[in-house]
Design a protein around this ligand. Structure first.
Ligand code: NDP
Length: 330
């Protein structure tokens, strides 16, 4: 039975302008990389998406290859749209991407026009949509001319199959070039999606500056370092955690003693602020004015509720920021 969304869903979420565009995104967005595949329970996936929407999360991030198997997260989301959220399509910002291996042969990976546009058509079929809101090139492809990959994004927008273009994991200088090329093509780059968390700070070394100057929004992925920046692993590796799952991208050896030592100290600091560590980690990501949204993953509804709770306390004192720097450097 299709469920009516909460009437108060827009009352507490804060929306932030995506770069210099007219589009606002929720401070917390939900990504469907893990836990929405065919290997996962449909009812859990549905419950998470519906609860997210009830909390004012309007942005759902997908990619051609999310699952497993690849493609199945888009099918799951397509079913939720069909059975529950179809009437709310215009309230949703749905993104997809292409750039990693999707099908065999020379046209199922990387950045050619052939691959990107064929993949977008496949994504639309799986999602049951006429268009996605954002179509991303998932990663740079040094073997394809930049003009070709970006030209495919611009074409997707001109043909009405995407409303906006985005890029993911492009380094700073390439992002600057991409921004210029996309602007010339009449399809300004809406958003960049980089990995960013307390445990991975590469974007502070040039990319944020480029995004600010070019007016591109930023959607940080893996802001909890796949769950490491929470209390998830403080007592070992739980059997139902990402690190324990054979298809999870967090490897057991990434849950190491040095990282856990930092996580424990960060956890104490977060508690002293009256937040959970996951909430402090999200607030910390969102402290940059260039940051539009923290793109979280979840395996259960409570994690989404906790993430949204971070927005109630985003501020940091200089002493707190210094303490975090000290822990991360230690
Ligand atoms: P996170 O860093 O937010 O990790 C999410 C995982 O952390 C959850 O699945 C859960 O794992 C655990 N977790 C979440 N909240 C809590 C909590 N409150 N307490 C304890 N554990 C928690 O993000 P993801 O790595 O999932 O990435 C988010 C999204 O970013 C993806 O879904 C995708 O849309 C996008 N992405 C984009 C990429 C790109 O190349 N552009 C690459 C990777 C991701 P558990 O299963 O253990 O409960």
């Amino acid at each position: 039975m299709s469920q009516q969304p909460a009437e108060d869903r827009y009352q507490s979420m804060s929306y932030r302008r995506c770069g210099r565009s007219g589009l606002a995104l929720p401070g917390i967005a939900l990504g469907l990389w893990h836990n929405f595949g065919e290997v996962d329970r449909y009812e859990d996936a549905r419950a998470m998406v519906l609860r997210a929407f009830d909390l004012g999360i309007t942005h759902f991030d997908l990619a051609n290859n999310y699952g497993p198997p690849p493609g199945s997260a888009e099918r799951t989301f397509g079913r939720i749209l069909r059975e529950d959220l179809g009437a709310h399509r215009d309230e949703l910002i749905i993104s997809s991407k292409a750039g990693y291996l999707m099908w065999p042969g020379p046209y199922g990976d990387h950045g050619s026009r052939k691959y990107l546009l064929a993949s977008l058509d496949q994504s639309l079929r799986r999602l049951g949509l006429e268009y996605v809101d954002v179509f991303y090139h998932h990663r740079p492809d040094p073997k394809t001319p930049l003009e070709e990959s970006l030209g495919a994004l611009a074409h997707a927008v001109r043909s009405g199959k995407a409303l906006y273009a985005g890029i993911s994991s492009y380094p700073a200088e390439l992002t600057r070039q991409a921004a210029g090329l996309l602007r010339e093509m009449g399809t300004p780059c809406l958003v960049h999606q980089p990995k960013y968390s307390m445990l991975n700070r590469w974007i502070e070394d040039g990319l944020l500056e480029v995004l600010r100057e070019e007016g591109i929004g930023c959607a940080a992925f893996s802001p909890l370092a796949q769950g490491l920046l929470s209390d998830r692993y403080l007592e070992g590796i739980p059997a139902d955690s990402r690190a324990a799952k054979p298809h999870g991208f967090l490897r057991r050896d990434q849950v190491d003693a040095a990282t856990l030592g930092k996580v424990r100290r960060l956890n104490e600091l977060a508690r002293a602020r009256g937040q959970s560590l996951a909430q402090m980690a999200l607030a910390w990501v969102l402290r940059h004015p260039e940051m539009t949204t923290a793109l979280v993953g979840a395996s259960r509804v409570a994690q989404i509720e906790e993430a949204v709770g971070a927005l109630a306390q985003l501020g940091f004192g200089a002493d707190e920021l210094a303490a975090i720097e000290g822990i991360l450097a230690g």
